[in-house]
Every structure is written in C-alpha cells, then in structure tokens.
Design a protein around this ligand. Structure first.
Ligand code: SF4
Length: 289
C-alpha cells in the first residue's frame, strides 16, 4: 500500500491503521490550513480502497486495534460505500475495536439519522469534527464554510445517532481583539454539543497560507503566551458540558491541560494561573510543528 501525499491524523490515532478513503479535503479553503493544499480532492475508487484493506488484513489482521479513515473528510463518502468498508473491517480485522474518521458539519447534516445509525451499527464509533471556533464572524473570516449553528446541529445529530464526537477548537483565531468573543462563543458551542471529547490547539500559521499574509501585512496578530492563557481561562469559566473529556496538550499549546468537564475546571484554571505567574510556558522552539 502506498499513501498518496502527506497523511494527517488526530494525535489519538497514532497507532491506528490509516486507510485513505478520500484524497485531500473537499473544502480546502480554511485560511490557516496547509494540510491538503497540494492535493486535488477526490473520493478514491472502491476497488482501490478495498485493495488497501485486503493487503493490510493479509499482513496485519491480528495487530490492528483501531482503523482511521483518511484524508480530510472521509464522511463525505456515500453511505453505502462506507458501510461496505466498515463491514470489511469487521470481518477481516478480528481485533479491531473502533473505526473513526474526520468529518465536516456538512457531511453529517447531509446524511439522514438512519444512515448515521447504520454507520454506527456497522462500527463507525467516532467522528473528528474540526469546529475551530463557535463565533460566526471568525468562522467566516477563516473561510470555514460552516456556521456555529451548523456545527452544533451536526454534533447533536451525531450524539442522537450514538456516534461519539471529538471537537477541535483553535485558540487565537480572533486575534487579541476577538479573543473574548472567540472564547465565549466556543464555550457555548461545546456546551450545546456536549461532545465526548474536546480539545484546543494553539494557532500556528504556516508560510504560504492566506492567514500568513494577513499577519505579514499587519491585519492580524498572533496571541502572546499570556493572552492565549487568558483566552483559555475565559473559555473554561464559561464551560458547562458535564462529562466531556478535555485535552489541550497538543505540541502547539503553551500549557498542557487535561481533565474532564465540569469537575476538573477549577484545577485546570489553577494550573493556568500558576503557569502565568511563573511564566512556565512551553518554549516556541518546542511548539514548532
Ligand atoms: S476543513 Fe479541515 S482539512 Fe479542510 S481546509 Fe479546513 S482545516 Fe484544512
């Protein structure tokens, strides 16, 4: 099996078998994102995907515990094909415990609840939803292509259908002026969705992206470490999402946080205050991705 181009996966899929179901991202316009700019989006042919699965089952069938369908938004694939792929995993990888994929709100909203329930029954356990922000102006500015309400609707729909959701936010997307708005709207988004998992990354802007140009010409500024912590504190104080497992321990983050809402929020706020007081931040050279 040969992967086409660079392959990206969530940190929690580090030990998963990654199968490219699509190539690239169907949206591919977020202003901070470089991941799939070199790929023209397409859904791979059924035969190609099955060939990869067949080859992997021959070599690794007794070792695979988790399967991740890549690239950017595998959930865009028609339900019949996804069901066939999930069935293949169920019957050829006897120790596979879960299958997950990236998905956009549009992918989720396009499918009926019956389709999503069928996907869950066939083994799709979780969808990674990159929300980035709960603020509509910020979502528009970064060309996310979805509104906060669409993201909330998608999260609630997945929950009704028994599919877990892992929601990612990005701190700093509103710049210093928009940080309070970004934090409060993002907390509201999480509260309304009450996902199983939520995480915050810190904004890092690769060269050659539209956002890098905004920064270069002074239209936007990245948050300092102190400002990033302030923004996270505003977010945590506004959270009411019992049971959501929260992580902010990505390589991009100044302070690594981990806990469960709501009970661990006071401890995480205390950790942030302590880090700010002692200026114990992950140095920028370690935050380079
Ligand atoms: S939807 Fe995700 S993968 Fe696609 S351009 Fe936006 S951030 Fe990148």
């Amino acid at each position: 099996m040969v992967y086409e181009g660079d392959v990206y996966r969530p940190p929690s899929e580090a030990h998963s078998l990654i199968i490219q179901v699509t190539i690239g991202c169907s949206h591919n316009t977020c202003t901070f994102c470089y991941m799939y700019t070199d790929k023209r989006f397409r859904i791979r042919k059924r035969e190609e995907i099955l060939q990869d699965l067949e080859e992997c089952s021959r070599l690794y069938k007794n070792y695979v515990r988790r399967v991740f369908f890549a690239d950017g938004d595998a959930l865009i694939v028609r339900t019949e094909l996804l069901l066939e792929l999930l069935e293949y995993v169920r019957t050829h990888f006897p120790y596979a415990e879960r299958v997950t994929a990236y998905g956009t709100a549009s992918d989720v909203l396009r499918k009926s609840e019956d389709e999503l329930k069928a996907l869950r029954a066939a083994g799709l356990t979780m969808v990674y939803l990159g929300a980035e922000s709960g603020d509509d102006d910020i979502l528009l500015h970064i060309k996310k292509g979805q509104t906060a309400q669409e993201l909330i609707d998608a999260g609630q729909k997945l929950k009704r259908c028994g599919i877990q959701t892992s929601v990612t936010l990005i701190s700093g997307l509103g710049g210093p002026e928009g940080m309070e708005r970004h934090a409060l709207a993002s907390a509201r988004l999480i509260n309304e969705m009450n996902p199983e998992y939520a995480s915050i990354l810190s904004l890092q802007v690769p060269e050659n992206t539209p956002m890098a140009q905004e920064i270069a010409c002074g239209e936007m500024r990245l948050l300092t470490a102190d400002e990033t912590v302030d923004e996270t504190e505003i977010f945590l104080r506004a959270i009411d999402s019992p049971g959501t497992v929260f992580r902010s321990n990505h390589a991009s983050n100044y302070v690594a946080l981990a806990g469960t809402f709501n009970q661990d929020i006071p401890a995480m706020l205390a950790q942030l205050e302590e880090a700010k007081k002692r200026r114990q931040y992950r140095p920028d050279w370690m935050r380079a991705l």
